[in-house]
Write a protein that binds this ligand. Structure first.
Ligand code: FES
Length: 100
């Protein structure tokens, strides 16, 4: 499990989840009650994008699909990205959602 904190675009924490690598981060965040914005759901728009401000090395951008648009190095499409299978149990990740 990796601790993933979703923040709004002002950097305010919204929710923290214990993320697994079974589902995209947006799905896990929504299941925990965070209003993670998703539109296409397949890595082809920017609705779900988040800037990773901590722990990017524990994320796999293409864990649950292929990215169809370009993003900055510190940006992740949460509808397709997930945590790496080999991430340590005490890993912590913070993501600022652009559209929240
Ligand atoms: S919702 Fe479109 S890229 Fe994630």
């Amino acid at each position: 499990m990796v601790k993933v904190t979703f923040k709004d675009n002002s950097g305010n924490p919204i929710t923290t989840i214990d993320a697994n690598n079974d589902e995209p981060l947006s799905t896990q965040g929504q299941a925990a009650g965070a209003a993670v914005p998703v539109a296409c759901g397949v890595g082809a728009c920017r609705m779900c994008v988040g800037k990773c401000t901590r722990g990017a090395e524990h994320l796999d951008q293409n864990a649950h699909g292929e990215k169809h648009i370009s993003t900055e190095e510190d940006e992740f499409l949460t509808c397709i990205c997930g945590v790496k299978e080999d991430a340590p149990d005490d890993a912590e990740v913070e993501i600022e959602l652009e559209n929240l």
